[in-house]
Design a protein around this ligand. Structure first.
Ligand code: ADP
Length: 377
């Protein structure tokens, strides 16, 4: 079948009027960022922020229309707002576990059936943030927690590869997408909806919209914990996500070198700025484990991260060695906590997950106490 073209999609959308303005959505310039690749179509409908909720039926209509066109395999349509939402400065701490306050925005609460949402973040890419997020999620599941994993790194989603998930999500009720399931956890990633090698030029509002849809339009069901693999860095988009997702807390992943370069500090300050409690620091690639003899080499010296964490007023959650088996298992879609659940490395992730569960339980127990601020120990 011939590949569908952008022009064919635009021609079709010229027949769709904006319900309030009686002109078609193409002439009004609402269709943005149209991408077509191998039958996968993605676009954004740019709307004024206040009209966003009303235009959900239009978004669905456009998605269905494109989906019905011959040669289209998947259609992803997101609403984008021209203006960023108001900063969260005037809003209280959104931590469900931490503060028990109202959600940060007036829109319906996202992930309302989830007890605690934990962001896994890093100051920069390549430090093993996604590897840590996935193994932590698996460790939570092993501790008996009903666990979800949300890949918020829409620029470079890696959860599909790390969990070895193939196929695409379906919908049992025709309303919401069911998350994919693997190794006892539920997972959602843009990579399940858009082909991984499709280059999408994401813009700030599109990212927000995509993330919101992965929470609002996915049947997560009741869960104890959702681990969010955040995008690396401290850009505006990342900051906005930290504001809009009702996070119980953030975990910062860093390598020993980056702690020295204070990249982690930037990430830390970002969360503090938006009143998200930082649950602690995980040192990844902490020491080198020789694959032949098991000898441990402290390449960057020992204890530096723990000291740095203490200096920053942060809890040190644990250290994970640099070991080729961690790379091979996660890059092979079979992360170490699933591949070798009783091994040393799995135990390290389990110990960190246990500490986090205890911290969250503690926060929930304190919810009724009228603490004006969350104190980071
Ligand atoms: P990030 O999410 O920070 O960009 P990734 O989790 O994608 O980083 O990891 C980057 C690379 O480092 C991957 O190939 C991963 O397998 C590898 N890696 C991560 N943590 C470890 C570790 N502790 N030991 C060995 N390799 C690791």
């Amino acid at each position: 079948m011939a590949e569908i073209t952008e022009q064919q999609i635009l021609d079709t959308l010229k027949c769709v009027p904006d319900p309030e303005r009686k002109q078609d959505i193409v002439s009004l310039g609402m269709v943005q960022g149209l991408r077509v690749k191998d039958g996968h179509v993605a676009l954004a409908l740019e709307v004024e922020p206040q009209r966003g909720p009303k235009l959900e039926p239009l978004r669905k209509q456009v998605e269905q229309l494109i989906h019905r066109l011959p040669g289209v395999l998947t259609a992803t349509v997101v609403l984008t707002a021209q203006r960023q939402p108001a900063p969260a400065a005037a809003q209280g701490p959104a931590s469900r576990a931490g503060g028990g306050q109202a959600p940060r925005q007036a829109a319906p609460e996202l992930l309302a059936e989830v007890k605690a949402i934990i962001a896994v973040a890093s100051g920069k890419g390549g430090v093993g943030k996604s590897t840590t997020a996935v193994n932590l999620a698996l460790a939570f599941a092993r501790l008996g927690q009903r666990t979800g994993l949300l890949d918020a790194d829409v620029y470079g989603p890696s959860v599909r590869r790390l969990l070895g998930i193939t196929g695409n999500p379906s919908s049992r009720d025709g309303q919401k997408l069911d998350p994919m399931e693997r190794y006892g956890i539920k997972a959602m990633s843009m990579a399940f909806l858009v082909e991984e090698d499709t280059p999408i030029v994401w813009r700030g509002p599109m990212v927000q919209s995509a993330l919101e849809q992965m929470m609002r339009d996915v049947a997560w069901g009741p869960l104890d914990v959702v681990v969010v693999d955040m995008p690396p860095g401290t850009g505006d988009t990342q900051l906005t996500m930290a504001q809009r997702v009702p996070l119980a807390g953030a975990v910062i992943v860093s390598t020993p070198q980056d702690i020295a370069l204070i990249d982690a500090r930037k990430g830390l300050n970002m969360f503090r700025k938006v009143d998200v409690p930082v649950l602690g620091l995980i040192e990844n690639m902490s020491y080198f484990c020789c694959p032949n003899c098991g000898h441990r080499t402290e390449i960057f010296g020992h204890g530096g991260a723990r000291r740095e964490a203490a200096a920053m007023g942060l809890d040190f959650l644990g250290e994970i060695p640099l070991d080729i088996v961690i790379r091979e298992t996660s890059d092979g879609g079979h992360p170490i906590v699933a591949a070798d659940p009783d091994g040393e490395h799995a135990k390290a992730y389990l110990a960190i997950a246990e500490r986090l569960v205890a911290k969250l339980d503690h926060a929930i127990a304190e919810r009724t106490a009228a603490a004006p601020r969350i104190v980071i120990q």
